[in-house]
Each structure stands twice: as structure tokens, then as C-alpha cells.
Design a protein around this ligand. Structure first.
Ligand code: ZN
Length: 262
């Protein structure tokens, strides 16, 4: 583990000057958070995934920064949300557009001198795009590229230590899991008087990381569930704090592991 205390002057890429970025890029891991603006049920704002991406990437990077030099880019707040266009509130990029945006931004990071680039995703609809962007980046340039959704990185600890399954579907959408995270981070943005949400379908007892196993998509499924995965009735601030703690720690460990790859 690297023990040097010399670090970039800020964790935030956009607070650094060109001189500082040029100086630090070759030996620093850079994180590009990728999120979305889209409906999150009747009780949460459309910026949930963007707020979570910002919070988790900065908190995890600040923990990782004890061991490695790391900076975090501004969040790519727009993601692939065409499946939410049936509701008001989505500002969506098509898959093709998002891939091009991620290609241009990661190429820009390479131009600045970065050689370790991690795409941290907070929105299910971006999953394939961030992985493809990382795969192709490492084909085009002599770099190490990583990509994952935060819940995939923290999956085992979320289920084992976070008891997240008792909240609803993990990670779900606008259900108990995300509602708890938002209650912990931005309680003023959660309309708890609307909870629990109406729900007349069973919640599965087995939870699987959406990135693992076959992908099954049903046309019209988002309309059928009214845009949320579960009723969020069990969501709580305490549970959100516990989950954020576990997630931030797991993502920090992932950043350190990634940085130390040769
Ligand atoms: Zn979300």
C-alpha cells in the first residue's frame, strides 16, 4: 500500500488548475461518476441517482485518499433513461449518445495525462454503457480502465451487513433501498407523507445483482409497476446511514484495489 502523504490539492478534479492536473494525472486514479435524471416515484426528486453518485464517489475517494492519490470528476448527471420517458422528469440520452459522451470524456482524461480511469455508475440503465466505455477505452489507449455500479461493488456487504433485503428490492428503483439512502443524505427532499406507496404485487425474497446472470427485458414493464420497485414503507434514515457507510467503505476499497493494479 502506498504510504506517501503527497496528494492533489483537492479531491475534486474541477477545483484543480491545469498545472495541478497535468502534474498529478499520471500517478492519480480519476473517477468519472455516471448518473441519471429521471423519475423516482411520486416521493423522490428526479436527481436521486446524481446525488447518490456525487456523495458516494466523494466519500469513497476521500477514504481511499489515505492510501492513494485520487480525484473525482463532476458527475455526468445525464444517463440512459429512455425507459423512464413514459413519466415526466427524464432528461435522457440514448444508448448511442451516452456511449459517445463517455468516449469523449474518457479520451479527454487520457489527453490530460490520466492512466487509471474508473467509471462509477449509479443508474441501472447505464450499466452496459459504462462497462463498454471502459472496455473500449483500454483498447484505444495504454490505460487501466474500470467500471461498476456502486451496488455491485458493495453487493455482498449490502445484503450481509446492511440487511437491505428487508427494505424491498436491492437496489430496486425508488423503493426502500434508494429512499433510505436519500433519507440519510437529503431528508428535505423525501416526501415521506406519501409513504408507503400503493403496491399490489409481491416482493421477491431472493435478491440478485442485476449485473449478474442473464438480462431479461419486458416491453412495458416500467409502466406496469408505476415506476417504483417496492413500497418504500420500511425505509428509514438509520438504515440509509448504515447502507451509505457500507457502500462508501466498499467503494473506497475498490478504488484502492484498482489503483494498485499493475
Ligand atoms: Zn435511482
Amino acid at each position: 500500500m502506498q504510504t506517501s502523504n503527497v496528494r492533489p490539492q483537492s479531491l475534486r478534479f474541477h477545483e484543480l488548475t491545469r498545472t495541478e492536473i497535468g502534474q498529478w494525472a499520471p500517478e492519480t486514479t480519476v473517477v468519472l461518476p455516471v448518473a441519471a435524471i429521471e423519475q423516482h416515484g411520486p416521493h423522490l426528486p428526479v436527481q436521486v441517482d446524481s446525488l447518490l453518485a456525487e456523495s458516494i464517489s466523494i466519500a469513497a475517494a476521500s477514504q481511499a485518499n489515505r492510501d492513494i492519490p485520487i480525484v473525482v470528476c463532476p458527475v455526468v448527471v445525464y444517463g440512459a433513461s429512455h425507459h423512464h420517458l413514459i413519466y415526466p422528469g427524464a432528461l435522457s440520452l440514448s444508448t448511442e449518445t451516452l456511449l459517445r459522451v463517455l468516449k469523449d470524456l474518457t479520451d479527454s482524461l487520457v489527453s490530460s495525462g490520466f492512466r487509471r480511469i474508473y467509471l462509477l455508475n449509479s443508474h441501472g440503465g447505464n450499466e452496459e454503457c459504462v462497462r463498454l466505455a471502459a472496455r473500449e477505452l483500454a483498447l484505444r489507449h495504454p490505460v487501466i480502465a474500470g467500471a461498476a455500479s456502486y451496488w455491485t461493488i458493495a453487493w455482498e456487504t449490502i445484503l450481509r451487513e446492511g440487511a437491505a433485503a428487508s427494505l424491498g428490492i436491492v437496489p430496486g428503483h425508488a423503493g426502500g433501498f434508494e429512499t433510505s439512502l436519500m433519507m440519510a443524505l437529503h431528508p428535505e427532499l423525501v416526501q415521506t407523507d406519501l409513504l408507503p406507496l400503493p403496491l399490489n404485487r409481491p416482493i421477491p425474497s431472493v435478491h440478485k445483482d442485476p449485473a449478474a446472470g442473464p438480462l431479461i427485458q419486458r416491453h412495458g414493464s416500467w409502466a406496469a409497476i408505476d415506476g417504483y420497485s417496492d413500497n418504500a414503507g420500511q425505509a428509514s434514515t438509520e438504515h440509509g446511514k448504515l447502507l451509505l457507510d457500507l457502500i462508501n467503505r466498499a467503494v473506497a476499497e475498490e478504488f484502492v484495489r484498482f489503483h494498485q493494479l499493475t
